[in-house]
Design a protein around this ligand. Structure first.
Ligand code: AMP
Length: 297
């Protein structure tokens, strides 16, 4: 088990990358905000299947947090994260400080439309501008061949794909399945905020989404099914539901039964906001696929 090289400046990152490029090696990047869990590690495993070297960035990006959000409270545990990166086999950790990423006078923001509209943006209107800006910077700093993003943040994955397409960023974006605990709860650094009783409630989120997706796939009315899901979340103990919505899976345009869909939700447990999403198979999926999806739900 070798330790990753740790660099915190763009210059040092580029020196190492130039060296790897000279050796003809391919590179994959996994952008994170740290507090690494098994979900992050799964992205690194996929990155290393694709490329010779994996660069993991750890940066709690202030431009994607609104002033009312949890930037100061967000978990930071670099020493532990570096141990996990060593176990996972990542070769480089890029751990810039805020001043390295946003030096005094920084004045540019990237704004993505299309899949960024609605859902998260209705509740976090500056979030995806912050994500797009930092992801574009990371890609220009590291120039990876591939980057791996989790389906856990499904809208973000769609936004990053759109960003690369629109700005001709030559990075192949790979979406990775959501890693869950044994009860279906999507792993998240923010789960650390949850008390034991809240964890029990949080575990209902995925079950309710799966049940709703199965109902939609079986022909249920979209508005009634999503409204019923919101009620079920509140009944399970969530304090507030921001949205439960079905969308077309590639573009996040309104859902159509003849296209693959995605059911996405965000809900609050006390001061913690959780998001999750599941697939909604298209009515055109073959019957065996639909039956196995419903049986699993
Ligand atoms: P974050 O550190 O929360 O910004 O997440 C960094 C990357 O890890 C993003 O691409 C996330 O979508 C991904 N990720 C977070 N949680 C999970 C999970 N449970 N399963 C798979 N990927 C995840």
């Amino acid at each position: 088990m070798s330790r990753p090289l740790v660099v915190d400046s763009v210059a040092a990152l580029r020196t190492q990358i130039r060296d790897w490029r000279r050796q003809g090696l391919s590179l994959a990047m996994v952008p994170t905000m740290g507090a690494l869990h098994d979900g992050h590690i799964s992205l690194i495993t996929i990155a290393l299947e694709k490329a010779d070297r994996c660069i993991v960035s750890i940066f709690v990006n202030p431009t994607q947090f609104a002033p009312s959000e949890d930037l100061d409270k967000y978990p930071r545990q670099l020493a532990q994260d570096l141990d996990r990166l060593a176990d996972a086999g990542a070769q480089l950790a890029f751990t810039p400080g805020v001043a390295e990423m946003y030096p005094a006078g920084f004045a540019t923001r990237i704004s993505v439309g299309g899949p960024a509209a609605g859902l998260e943006s209705d509740f976090r209107p500056t979030f995806f501008d912050g994500v797009a800006t930092v992801v574009a910077k990371l890609f220009l700093q590291a120039s990876p061949d591939y980057a791996v993003f989790g389906e856990k943040d499904y809208q973000q994955l769609c936004v990053v794909r759109q960003l690369c397409r629109d700005l001709d960023l030559p990075v192949d974006i790979i979406g990775a399945p959501t890693v869950r605990d044994a009860h279906g709860l999507a792993m998240s650094s923010r789960n650390a905020y949850l008390a034991d009783a809240e964890l029990e409630v949080a575990r209902q989120l995925n079950a309710i989404l799966r049940r709703t997706a199965a109902a939609l796939a079986a022909g249920a009315d979209e508005d009634s099914a999503t409204a019923e899901a919101s009620r079920a979340l509140v009944k399970a103990g969530f304090d507030k539901v921001d949205y439960v919505a079905a969308r077309e899976s590639l573009t996040l345009a309104p859902w159509r039964r003849d296209r693959d869909g995605r059911l996405l939700a965000a809900a609050w447990l006390g001061k913690t906001r959780l998001i999750d999403n599941v697939e909604v198979p298209s009515a055109l999926a073959d019957q065996a696929t639909l039956r196995s999806f419903i049986a699993f739900s």
